[in-house]
Design a protein around this ligand. Sequence first.
Ligand SMILES: Nc1ncnc2c1ncn2[C@@H]1O[C@H](COP(=O)(O)OP(=O)(O)OP(=O)(O)O)[C@@H](O)[C@H]1O
Length: 368
Amino acid sequence: MPELAVENITKSFHGTTVLEDIDFTVADGEFFTLLGPSGCGKSTTLSCVAGLEHPDSGTIRVGDEVFFDGLPRTAVPPEGRNLGLVFQSYALWPHMTIADNLALPLKLRKVAKAEQRRLIDDALTKVDMAHLRDRYPHQLSGGQQQRVALARGIVYSPGVLLLDEPLSNLDAKMRGQARMWLKDLQREVGITTVYVTHDQIEAMSLSDRIAVFMHGRLQQVGTPVEVYETPATPEVAGFIGRCNLLDGRIDEESPADAKTLRVELGTTGRHLRVVRTDTAPAPGEAATVGLRSERITLTDRTDAEGDHADVNVLRARIEQCSYTGARFEYVLTIGDLRVHAESAVRHTGPEISLVIRPEDCLLYPRAT
Ligand SMILES: Nc1ncnc2c1ncn2[C@@H]1O[C@H](COP(=O)(O)OP(=O)(O)OP(=O)(O)O)[C@@H](O)[C@H]1O
C-alpha cells in the first residue's frame, strides 16, 4: 500500500477558514492520529480524505492515484477511493443481522456469495464476534456494536481505514479495553489507519505518529514521545498532558554562551534556570516556560531557594490538595503564579519546596 499524502489542503465554510494548509503523509501500515480540541478541523480533514467533503485547494493522493486535486479539479467519489470508514455512531442497519450488515459492502462490490461468507467470518473472527453473527444490532452491547462496525470497515480489505472517534460512545473502562484490542487488530491486519480523536491518552497509546491540530492548523506531527517531550508550541504542551505554562522574561544577565538560561518568573522576583534551545528568546525578551506537573518534585525540606547542584529549588504555598487514588494533585502558589504539581506522597504544607530540573523546563518565545 503506497503512502497517503494530504498536501496543502485548505477549506472554508461560508467564508470562515476551518483548514489552513494542512500537510502530512501517512506511511504504509502506519497508525496515524489527528488529535486536537473540539472544532479544530480533525473531522473535516478526515471527511476530505474520505471524499465526503472537498477541500478548496490542495491535493489528496494515495501513491500516484489522485483522489482530489484543486488544480485541475479532480474529485474521485467516496466509493472510488477504497477506504474503510468507521464513525462514532456505529451506523449499523437495525433490520439486518450482523452478518448481513457486513455482507452489504461486499454485495456492492459484487463479491461472489461463497467468498462473502469467508470474508465475513474472517472479519468477525478478527474482532471476536463470529459467535454473534446472526444477532441484530439491538441485541448487542455498545462495545460489541463498535466491534461489528470495525469488522464492517475492514471486511472488503480497504487500502486505508479511517476512524472518527470510534470509541467515544463507550464508557471509560470499555474504552481502555477497546483501545487494546483495536491496537492488536490494526497490527494484525497491518492496515494504514487514520484515526480522529480529542482524547490525548487514546492518541498517545494507539499511534505511531500524531498530528496535533489547533484552530484549523497543524501545530506538530511526531511520535507520541516527540509531541510529549518536545512539544512544538505552548499550545501543544498545554493540550497534551498536564503542563503549567508560566509567563516570564529571559534574565538580562543570562550569559549568551551557557547551556542554560535564567528566566524571571512573572512579577514573583523568582528565577528558574532552564535549558537553552535553538528558538530561545534573547535576554530581556518575554518567554513562556512549560513545566509538566509530574516533573516537579515536591519536598517538605526547607532548602534555600535558587540553583542547587543542577536543580532549581522554589518555595511555594499549598493552596489545594486532591486525592485521586494513584496520587495527590496540588495547586500551589509561588507569589502570584499558580502551579499544578502531583506526587505519590501527601504533603500537608502550608509551605513546600519544588525541585525542578532545568532539562524538564520547556522554553518558548511568548506569543504577543
Ligand atoms: N458542514 C459544515 N458547515 C459549516 N461549518 C462546518 C461544517 N462542518 C464543520 N464545520 C465547522 O468547521 C470547524 C471544524 O469542524 P470539525 O468537525 O472538523 O472539528 P473537529 O476537530 O472534528 O471537532 P469535534 O472533535 O468537535 O468533532 C468547526 O468550527 C465546525 O463548526
